[in-house]
Ligand binder design. Structure first.
Ligand code: SF4
Ligand code: SF4
Length: 462
C-alpha cells in the first residue's frame, strides 16, 4: 500500500475496490489469469455485472472477492496480491478470525494436539462418521482426506540425532524445514538431511516457527508478524555465526525471499548502507549486467517509494539480509554441483517420473535446480511438466475448505490432465500443498526431489 494511512486506504473494501478499478482499467488478467486463479474471473464478472445493471458491487461481494486470493503470486503485478493481503488483514482486524481458520492455519499447534496420540487421532479420522463430523466442525469439505499425523515429527527426529545444536567451529547449513515437512511429511526433512550429509554438509536445525504464509493468506497480521519476528531473530543468529541458510519448502522460500523484503530497499537504512547520493534511490539490479544498482531520482519518487508495506514494522536490513541469504535446498545443491562438490555416484532408479515446479518455486526465478541433479540418476526418466501459469489449485490449505474444494479441483484440472497423459510411475514436486492435491486427485505416488535423491544414494557406494 502506498498510503495506508489515508482514510480510504484503511477501509478494506476501498482497497479491494481500488484493485478492481486498476485491474479492469488494465484488463490484462481477464484472459491471462482466466483459468489459474479464482480472484480475477470473479473480479471481471462483478465488474461486467456492475456495468450492465448499473448497480455497484456490494461490500459483501468485495469481501468475498478478497477471500478468493490464495497469494499464489502468479499474477503479473506484485502490487495486486500486496493490496489484497493488506485488505484481508484489515478485514480480520475488524471482524476477528474464525476459530476454525485459526486452527487450520496453526499447523504446529494442530500437530501438538493431534501428534500427542497420533495412532488414536488417525484411527478416529479413519472412522467414517467421526471423520465427517470433524470435517463439518472444521469446515473441511466432506470429500477431502483429513491429514494423517506421523508418529514422530521431523523436529523430534532431529533432536534425537543431535541436529538441534549447532556444531561449533564448523560451517553449518541451518535448515529451515517449515511446517509441512516438519509436522506432516517428516520423510522430506529426513531425506534433505540425508542428502546434505551425504555431500559433507553439516546440518543444523535452528529453533523455528511457521514461516507465516498460512496466517498471511488468511489475513492474520498479528500471527504473521509474530512468526516473522521470531524466525528473523533465530535465523539471523545462524547467518551471523557464518552458516548457510537453506529451506526445502518453496512456499517458505517465496515468503522469505520475495514477500519479506517487499519495499525494504526503499528504507533509509538500506539507502544509507549503499551510499546513495543526496537525490538518489539505489535499487539492487542484478540483471543489469555490470551495473549493481538501478538509480532513481529521490526528488521524484520519495513520496511513493517508501518502506511502508506489510512488513515495515520489522527492521528492513534484517528482512533484506534474511531474504538475500536464504537458499532453496535445490539451489544450494545446484551450487555445490557447479563446484563439483556433489557426490553423483547414485544407484539406478529405472522409472518414468514427471517433475512439477510449483508456483512459489517458479516465482523465486531460480530455474529448475533439481532437474540437473535428478538427471544424474542412472535409469531415471524425468519429464518436466506444467507451463508458467499451471497450478495444482490447492492454494495452501484453501482446497480443504468446503467453499473452495470444487473450485480448487477446477483450477488444477488442466495440470492433472497433462500428468495423466504421461501416465508416470511417480510425480516429483517440491511443494507439499501440491502433494496433497495430487494425492487427492491422481493415482500416482508423490515425492519431494530430495526423497528421490536420498533413494538414489541408498544402495550406492559412497
Ligand atoms: S494484475 Fe497487473 S497486469 Fe493483471 S490486470 Fe491487474 S494491473 Fe493488469
Ligand atoms: S496472487 Fe494468485 S490467487 Fe491472488 S490474485 Fe494473484 S494470481 Fe490470483
Amino acid at each position: 500500500m502506498n498510503s495506508p494511512e489515508s482514510k480510504d486506504q484503511t477501509i478494506p473494501q476501498k482497497i479491494i475496490r481500488s484493485v478492481v478499478e486498476l485491474c479492469t482499467d488494465c484488463d490484462t488478467c481477464r484472459t491471462l489469469m482466466d483459468q489459474d486463479c479464482l480472484f480475477f474471473p470473479e473480479l471481471y464478472r462483478l465488474w461486467d455485472q456492475e456495468k450492465e445493471s448499473g448497480v455497484s458491487i456490494s461490500e459483501t461481494q468485495l469481501r468475498r472477492l478478497a477471500d478468493l486470493c490464495t497469494l499464489c503470486g502468479l499474477c503479473p503485478c506484485p502490487k495486486i496480491p500486496a493490496d489484497i493481503m493488506e485488505a484481508k488483514s484489515r478485514y480480520i482486524d475488524r471482524e476477528g478470525l474464525p476459530l476454525t481458520i485459526r486452527l487450520l492455519t496453526d499447523v504446529p499447534r494442530l500437530a501438538r494436539m493431534c501428534g500427542t496420540f497420533p495412532k488414536l487421532v488417525n484411527a478416529l479420522q479413519s472412522n467414517k462418521s467421526i471423520s465427517l463430523l470433524l470435517k463439518r466442525v472444521t469446515h473441511v469439505h466432506p470429500e477431502r482426506q483429513l491429514i494423517m499425523f506421523p508418529e514422530q515429527n521431523f523436529f523430534q527426529w532431529a533432536a534425537e540425532r543431535g541436529l538441534t545444536s549447532r556444531k561449533k567451529g564448523e560451517r553449518n547449513a541451518a535448515y529451515f524445514v517449515g511446517c509441512s515437512a516438519g509436522y506432516l511429511f517428516p520423510q522430506v526433512g529426513r531425506a534433505t538431511v540425508e542428502v546434505l550429509e551425504r555431500n559433507g554438509v553439516t546440518v543444523y536445525v535452528p529453533s523455528q516457527q511457521c514461516c507465516g504464509m498460512p496466517h498471511l493468506a488468511e489475513g492474520n497480521r498479528n500471527a504473521t508478524l509474530a512468526c516473522v519476528r521470531s524466525n528473523t531473530g533465530n535465523l539471523l543468529t545462524s547467518i551471523e555465526a557464518g552458516d548457510d541458510l537453506i529451506c526445502s519448502c518453496p512456499t517458505c522460500g517465496y515468503f522469505m525471499k520475495n514477500l519479506l523484503k517487499e519495499k525494504a530497499y526503499y528504507s533509509d537504512a538500506y539507502q544509507h548502507s549503499v551510499n546513495s547520493g543526496e537525490d538518489e534511490l539505489r535499487m539492487p539490479h542484478p540483471s543489469h549486467g555490470d551495473k549493481k544498482y538501478r538509480i532513481l531520482k529521490k526528488s521524484i519518487f520519495r513520496n511513493i517509494l517508501n518502506d511502508d508495506g506489510y512488513f515495515s514494522s520489522i527492521d528492513p536490513m534484517s528482512r533484506i539480509n534474511l531474504a538475500e541469504q536464504i537458499s532453496d535446498a535445490g539451489e544450494y545443491l545446484a551450487r555445490l554441483l557447479a563446484e563439483e562438490r556433489v557426490n553423483i555416484r547414485f544407484s539406478s532408479i529405472t522409472e518414468r517420473m514427471v517433475y512439477f515446479a510449483p508456483c512459489h518455486q517458479r516465482e523465486q526465478k531460480m530455474g529448475r535446480p533439481y532437474l540437473e541433479l535428478l538427471g544424474q540418476i542412472p535409469g531415471l526418466t524425468i519429464d518436466s511438466i506444467g507451463g508458467g501459469i499451471d497450478c495444482c489449485g490447492m492454494g495452501g490449505n484453501f482446497g480443504f475448505k468446503t467453499d473452495f474444494h470444487e473450485k480448487s479441483l477446477i483450477i488444477g484440472k488442466p495440470l492433472m490432465e497433462k500428468i495423466r497423459k504421461k501416465a508416470p510411475q511417480a510425480i516429483i514436486t517440491d511443494c507439499m500443498s501440491c502433494r496433497l492435491q495430487f494425492n487427492h486427485v491422481l493415482p500416482y505416488p508423490v515425492f519431494h526431489p530430495m526423497e528421490i535423491l536420498a533413494r538414489a544414494y541408498q544402495n550406492a557406494s559412497s
